[in-house]
Ligand binder design. Structure first.
Ligand code: FES
Length: 399
């Protein structure tokens, strides 16, 4: 679709961002087409569809899909969850195992490879070509380190090229448990009335930590009997750094990405990571950000379980995750209130409608491998994301 505004004009050369990128339905419609219609999109982890017949329902960007491992051939396909008759979703369960999906509206049935298997009372259709009425398959599906991605684009960079420097971090996540990882604990969902990009930006924003999460810091100080080291680390430890990984991906390392930790009892990933456009890792969770409208977002949080560790050790991961990110947790609800709801409320004001994303711009530096490195609380990751956003939206990236 054509946009009445040039997306390149929405971010200035000195990194001010126009507020309409969070609020304008026309920009959201363009994102659906240019970003979610073309990029590689995370859909599942292999542990969720391990056996033939296993499936999971989710969204490829904004579109409902079923990730299904074929009963007959074991191949993972990503099928649009929309009946070819009159459009109802054909599967509602979050996950399961099935050889067929039957639409509840008029009973059309599909094999789990997407082929149309049967039409109820089909003597009334004389000219339908049933071979063309299977569930629509996304043309490209690939995986890296157990993370399954799909794309609506027939052509484009391979997943390997697309992930680029982010691959190293996905490899490390895949090795968190002695025998790998699994997403067997399911997800808990949160919904907020605000734009999807707010959650992605917030995932990798250290600047907010001492403010939004002050009450958590106070409780933590009481528990450990001293000021939590996390703020000192964020502000003064040179091994804590932010990196623009290219293609819209970014990381915040807590020291060495193989061995570091966040010193804050938030979970044990040694970094926060965003994979453009809507996959995040933080604490001990995979976070899948699902845009619904310009001002509505659903987020699915999947605690990462460790293969080869005991039930007790995995239960401890869940308790830590719940303690900060759960509905009554010490951190997640504060982010929803302040980083999403209050920002969305503030966006109602449209005088001088520009935000500032330039923190640390003068001190970031380009490394030999082409990545851009900055201090831990600088807005390097936010600029990384918006470089990816500009490129995907078809604008020149000259900043
Ligand atoms: Fe699915 Fe009619 S909408 S069978």
């Amino acid at each position: 679709m054509s946009l009445t505004v040039d997306p390149g004009t929405l971010i200035t050369e000195d990194w001010r961002l126009h507020g309409s990128v969070y609020t304008d339905p026309e920009i959201f419609a363009a994102e659906r087409e240019r970003i979610f219609g073309k990029c590689w999109l995370y859909v599942a982890h292999e542990s969720e569809v391990r056996e033939p017949g296993d499936y999971k329902t989710t969204f490829a960007g904004t579109q409902p899909v079923i990730v299904a491992r074929g009963s007959d051939d074991g191949e993972v396909r990503v099928l649009i969850n929309r009946c070819r008759h009159r459009g109802a979703t054909v599967c509602q369960d979050e996950k399961g195992s099935a050889n067929f999906f039957r639409c509840a509206y008029h009973g059309w049935t599909y094999r789990n490879n997407g082929d149309l298997r049967g039409i109820t009372y089909d003597d009334a259709y004389t000219t339908l070509d049933r071979s063309k009425l299977g569930l629509v398959r996304l043309p490209r599906v690939d995986s890296y380190a157990g993370f399954i991605f799909a794309s609506f684009a027939e052509e484009g960079p391979s997943l390997d090229e697309y992930l680029g420097h982010a691959k190293r971090y996905l490899d490390i996540i895949a090795r968190q448990g002695p025998e790998g990882i699994r997403l067997s604990a399911g997800a808990h969902n949160l919904t907020y009335e605000g734009n999807w990009k707010l959650q992605v930006e917030n995932t990798i924003d250290n600047y907010h930590f001492g403010f939004v999460h002050r009450s958590f810091m106070e409780v933590l100080a009481e528990r450990i009997g001293q000021a939590p080291p996390i703020m000192k680390k964020i502000l003064h430890d040179p091994t804590w750094r932010t990196i623009d990984l290219g293609n819209g991906h970014a990381v915040h390392e807590f020291g060495d990405p193989e061995t570091g930790n966040n010193q804050g009892q938030l979970g044990d990933l040694p970094f926060n990571l965003i994979v453009f456009p809507n996959l995040c890792f933080v604490g001990a969770q995979l976070r899948h950000v699902l845009p619904k409208r310009a001002n509505k977002t659903v987020v699915r949080l999947y605690p990462i379980m460790h293969e080869g560790e005991s039930d007790e050790q995995n239960a401890a991961i869940l308790r830590t995750h719940e303690g900060f990110y759960g509905p009554a947790g010490m951190g997640g609800p504060d982010d929803i209130e302040i980083a999403f709801d209050r920002v969305t409320d503030g966006m109602e004001a449209t005088e001088d409608d520009w935000l500032v994303l330039s923190r640390g711009l003068e001190r970031e530096r380009r490394a030999e491998d082409g990545t851009i490195v900055g201090h831990a609380a600088d807005e390097v990751p936010q600029r990384a994301f918006y470089r990816g956003w500009l490129a995907a939206m078809g604008a020149e990236v000259n900043r």
